[in-house]
Design a protein around this ligand. Structure first.
Ligand SMILES: Nc1ncnc2c1ncn2[C@@H]1O[C@H](COP(=O)(O)OP(=O)(O)OP(=O)(O)O)[C@@H](O)[C@H]1O
Ligand SMILES: [Mg+2]
Length: 383
């Protein structure tokens, strides 16, 4: 075994579930089917919260609690087997009085995480489990706005570089602080300069890591041999572009100057926004078709996302000797029969647990005689 396997998942007051228990001991593939609104995605979303970069849908934690519950705490508890080790991993969040608040306090957006009954930070989750996913939203990832692609890239990287997520949060918080100071009436130039210095240092670190990631992932993408498109990714952004041809210290100087210029400009424009790693993007080039992925069909775009996810799983295996647990919401959507079959074959080869959802049971016939668990959700199962 070189992946992660859940034995058990228990949801309490999560989304449409007041209580749900799934026992999946020893199962390799978990297939969840049911009608629209049955609660399939909700289950994968709960699992995504066990990852540093969850939840995978755009939602605040306060929106994830079961609306009709009187006890406003949701919990996700799981038991994970990873090699010979067992870990009980639990997430909880108190959503009392938070549904309608338009709060900005970031601490109220933090989950409580317990690993073997001990409280841990989100960035430590990867010591216990790594989870990656494909959601229907990602089918259009390459035609979507930049921000979504960057988020996808950042979430992959957060699971790869231990401090990437925290460094990025720090960077974004510093940018916010800088804007606040610029907009305030009593600007403290020394304070501003020290914040900008940190922005520059963290920004260049993040940019360099992105280039490192691009190189590592592309090497694996290049060696992939399956029925999914051959892809090469390219990260683009003012800092990353400069880092390709300049030394880090030179890029730092450039970044610093940008911020200084923006301070001057602010006097006239009142806009604190600057270019930087928070604006970067990535493109994916389909080398089979010699075309940019955003110009390919919907099914081809989903296949490209699958290529990236499969390559990324191999990357994690190469560096950490473990494949991640994989979630695919609406796995069969947009895929023709051959592609669907190929996807299932690739997933079956990976010695890690896979959770799939879809509307129809028959779309998952491939797994019938395999080590799988079928869960069909109808209203009677939703308590
Ligand atoms: N906080 C909440 N409390 C109670 N119910 C909720 C909450 N959030 C979402 N729901 C309900 O959960 C259901 C949606 O579940 P989910 O998105 O998992 O459906 P699905 O099975 O994936 O459907 P589809 O096939 O359309 O994707 C909706 O009926 C929605 O009203
Ligand atoms: Mg769904």
């Amino acid at each position: 075994m070189t992946g992660y396997f859940l034995n058990r998942l228990i949801l309490t007051n999560f989304r449409s579930y007041e209580k749900l228990r799934i026992d999946c001991e020893g199962k390799k593939t978990i297939i969840i089917t049911g009608k629209n609104g049955a609660g399939k995605t909700n289950i994968l979303e709960a699992l995504s919260l066990l990852s540093i970069s969850g939840p995978f849908r755009k939602a605040k934690l306060s929106q994830l609690g079961y609306i009709s519950s009187s006890n406003k705490v949701f919990t996700i508890s799981s038991n994970i087997i990873n090699e010979e080790e067992q870990t009980s991993l639990g997430i909880s969040y108190n959503y009392a009085n938070k549904e309608t608040n338009n709060y900005e306090d970031e601490t109220s957006e933090k989950r409580t995480i317990l690993a073997n009954e001990t409280s841990i930070f989100a960035q430590d989750l990867q010591n216990y489990i790594r989870i990656i996913w494909i959601t229907p939203f990602m089918d259009r990832l390459f035609s979507e706005a930049t921000g979504e692609r960057r988020k996808f890239l950042d979430s992959l990287m957060s699971n790869f570089y231990k401090f990437y997520g925290t460094t990025l949060n720090q960077y974004n918080n510093l940018l916010k602080q800088r804007s606040k100071i610029l907009k305030s009436n009593n600007k403290d130039d020394t304070w501003l300069s020290s914040i900008e210095e940190e922005i520059v240092s963290l920004g260049v670190q993040i940019g360099a890591l992105r280039l490192d990631f691009e190189e590592k992932l592309n090497a694996i993408l290049n060696d992939m041999d399956n029925n999914f498109p051959h892809i090469q990714i390219k990260i683009t952004g003012v800092i990353e572009d400069k880092l390709r041809i300049n030394k880090a210290v030179e890029v730092e100087e450039f970044y610093k100057q940008n911020l200084i210029d923006n301070r001057e400009l602010f006097k006239y424009t009142f806009s604190p926004s600057v270019d930087g790693i928070h604006r970067s993007d990535f493109t994916a080039y389909n080398t089979d078709k010699q075309i940019s992925t955003d110009q390919t069909s919907t099914g081809e775009q989903k296949s490209s996302v699958i290529s990236i996810i499969l390559a990324y799983s191999n990357l994690l295996y190469l560096y950490f000797n473990k494949y991640p647990l994989i979630l695919i919401d609406e796995a069969p959507a947009h895929l023709d029969n051959l592609k669907m079959q190929s996807l299932y074959e690739e997933l079956e080869k990976l010695p890690t647990q896979i959770w799939l959802t879809g509307i129809l049971n028959e779309d998952f016939d491939y797994f019938k005689d395999k080590n799988s668990l079928y869960i069909h959700i109808d209203n009677s199962q939703i308590k």
